[in-house]
Design a protein around this ligand. Structure first.
Ligand SMILES: Cc1cc2nc3c(=O)[nH]c(=O)nc-3n(C[C@H](O)[C@H](O)[C@H](O)COP(=O)(O)OP(=O)(O)OC[C@H]3O[C@@H](n4cnc5c(N)ncnc54)[C@H](O)[C@@H]3O)c2cc1C
Length: 614
């Protein structure tokens, strides 16, 4: 039976081990840190728990949702989401809402925003290669400046002009327009076996004691099956020969060197470090490509406040340029179990930095002081309400999508394909801005590849999520997306798979349009022929006064009477009148549906914006 060595005990590494154990393959997970969970860990400071940033658990991939539930059971809570933008002393709803945004911006700025939006629609950037062009084309330049530029540049530390448009496209894609329309039409979330798969994130799942709980539990489950996670081993060398890895060599915190051999190797370490660790070293161009990959570092200042409620949001985006912090988390709003004392709150101030920046090397006390001053400056809390604080630094938190990264990835990927029993997965492992779900999905695929399947881990989070979803649902012979939403089929390779409908197709499927001419003709014929038959029937019946009630119709039908010529006039006029009424009815109904569809699309577009800042 083969055995695997997995580098890194973050979500991807532990998922790979967990999935392999299901296939009966044992593994050893090597973790450089003293704690598991990677970027998705939970840190405990004096009983106050906090994340590296606040980790929502949401996914469109059912199998990942199943894994989370399987690992955590009833400790996987469903929590409400509230997150706003702070800018220029105001709080703005996020996604932006017109009335709230107008009130916050004031009439003059709102007018300028409107004009700039109009200009973007009339004269869009012809090219959409960078983030600035991508956002400005969709929202107008002025709105881009206010709501995207400052924050995005705080996060990435480079001008939006240097950030690839892929980044925005990938974020938006996470919550696609069709999905949002489907939700508006058929309800929030798709239901499978009676359970809700939440797709739109007004609510999200969160472990009772933070995301680290998921990964500590996973480590326990692995240990119970005899799969070790070894903490405190930093893999420094990966020895390979003849297209196969033979072993990895790690160093303990005491400086001792330890070797681990196996049949299969899965790495979640950052791609740049992986390439540098390979022995013998790859060709120069591969090392050069790896050296070009960049990462944004991250630091969080946690403040313990003597206040039960500070703000109602889970987090607030801080766009205001006068402070350095980019976002602020309120952890007790994520889960009340994150604080040991309900009379207090713990706030996580997020700073996005390069490790070369001065602030990165500031002392804990100086950073805590900076955090207190910045919170006071934007009016969130008074300095004397803070009774304690700490700092956690996390290197390589964000793989940077600059204008060169794709070229570098292509070179690295091509080289790595020459090493048969080594797979690289996860966020930094693939240099992809993946959340936990996609980091985990790549790990699931790597495990499946080990048992002989053939998945391309690099394509996860492009088209793959849908195919995976389709595959699972097809297997249980159910519709692709949900039991309530319609789908159609398309081909992927030589397979027929259900595909998601576009917003227009969805609306069309939900409310078929009426053909005004057909409707007019139908109503006209029924009215004309009906009146003709009724008139003839009364004539045949005869009597002293023939059809006194029907005769009243001559008030609206010119020249109508209950006679043979009158029946013919009534036939023609009722046909024409009925046609006009039927036509008008169908036209008005279609207009109403178009208006509703437009509202749905707008709502869906607003929902999609959410992914851009998250
Ligand atoms: C601020 C922030 C907010 C986020 N918010 C969310 C969110 O709301 N929802 C969500 O789903 N995701 C979120 N994410 C993304 C999520 O954290 C990642 O997708 C996920 O942690 C990636 O898992 P991974 O295992 O690929 O990598 P990591 O979490 O980076 O884990 C890699 C592990 O490998 C170890 N390692 C690295 N090198 C070596 C080595 N040489 N030897 C041994 N061990 C090594 C590291 O110590 C680490 O433990 C967020 C990320 C950040 C930075």
């Amino acid at each position: 039976m083969s055995s695997a060595v997995i580098v890194g005990a973050g979500p991807a590494g532990l998922t790979a081990a967990y999935q392999l154990s299901k296939f009966g393959i044992g593994s050893t997970v090597l973790e450089a840190d003293r704690q598991v969970g990677g970027l998705s860990r939970t840190v405990n400071y004096q009983g106050y728990r906090f994340d590296i940033g606040g980790h929502r658990f949401f996914t469109k991939v059912p199998l990942i949702n199943e894994l989370w539930k399987e690992i955590l059971g009833e400790d996987f809570l469903l929590r409400p989401r509230l997150s706003r933008i702070h800018y220029d002393g105001h709080f703005f709803d996020y996604p932006l809402k017109a009335t709230n945004a107008l009130a916050g911006l004031g009439p003059i700025e709102a007018l300028l925003v409107g004009m700039s939006f109009g200009k973007a629609k009339l004269f869009p950037h012809a090219e959409e290669t960078n983030l600035e062009q991508w956002v400005a084309n969709r929202f107008g330049h002025r709105l881009y400046e206010i709501f995207f530029k400052t924050y995005t540049e705080k996060v990435w530390g480079i001008p939006c002009r240097e950030i690839s448009a892929d980044w925005a496209a990938q974020r938006i894609k996470n919550l696609s327009l069709p999905e949002a329309v489907r939700n508006a039409l058929f309800g929030n979330g798709s239901s499978k076996n009676g359970e809700i798969i939440t797709t739109l994130i007004e609510q999200f799942n969160y472990p009772r004691f933070g995301p680290g709980m998921m990964w500590e539990r996973c480590e326990e489950l692995l240990a119970a099956q005899g799969n070790a996670t070894v903490r405190g081993i930093k893999v420094e060398k990966i020895r390979h020969r003849g297209g196969r890895v033979e072993c990895v060599i790690g160093r303990t915190h005491d400086g001792e060197s330890v070797e681990f051999g196996g049949d299969e190797f899965v790495s979640t370490m950052p791609l740049r470090s992986l390439i540098r660790a390979l022995s013998p070293a790859p060709p120069d161009e591969v090392i050069e490509a790896a050296n070009k990959l960049r990462y944004r570092d991250y630091l969080t200042v946690v403040l313990i406040a003597k206040r039960e409620k500070v703000f109602p949001d889970n987090w607030i985006y801080i766009h205001s340029p006068e402070v350095k912090m980019g976002r602020i988390q309120n952890y007790k709003n994520w889960s009340p179990h994150m604080v040991p004392d309900p009379a207090r709150s713990s706030l996580g101030l997020e700073y996005f930095l390069w490790d070369k920046d001065d602030e990165w090397n500031w002392s804990k006390d100086r950073l805590v002081e900076l955090g207190i001053q910045e919170c006071a400056r934007i009016g969130l809390i008074e300095p004397d309400e803070i009774e304690d604080g700490t700092v956690v630094r996390m290197k390589k938190a964000y793989p940077v999508y600059d204008q060169h990264y794709q070229e570098s990835l292509a070179t690295i990927r091509h080289y790595l394909e020459s090493i048969g029993n080594l797979q690289t997965v996860g966020r930094n492992g693939l240099h992809r801005y993946n959340n936990q779900d996609h980091s985990m999905l790549t790990a699931v695929y790597a495990a499946r590849n080990i048992i002989g399947e053939n998945h391309d881990v690099w394509s996860v989070n492009t088209e793959m999520e849908y195919h995976e979803e389709a595959r699972v649902k097809t297997a249980i012979a159910k519709p692709v997306v949900s039991e309530t939403a319609p789908a159609t089929v398309s081909t992927v390779g030589d397979r027929l798979v259900p595909r998601l409908l576009t917003p227009e197709e969805l609306i069309e499927a939900a409310f078929a349009k009426l053909d005004p001419v057909a409707m007019g003709a139908a109503v006209g014929i029924v009215a004309g022929v009906g009146l003709f038959i009724a008139t003839i029937a009364l004539l045949l019946k005869g009597g002293p006064v023939v059809g006194p009630t029907l005769s009243l119709l001559n008030n609206v039908l010119l020249g109508f009477s209950v006679t043979l010529p009158g029946a013919l006039i009534g036939l023609v006029e009722a046909c024409i009148g009925g046609f006009m009424l039927g036509y008008l009815f169908a036209w008005l109904r279609n207009l109403g549906i178009d208006g509703y569809a437009w509202l749905l699309q707008r709502r869906a577009m607003t929902e999609s914006q959410r992914s851009l800042l998250d």
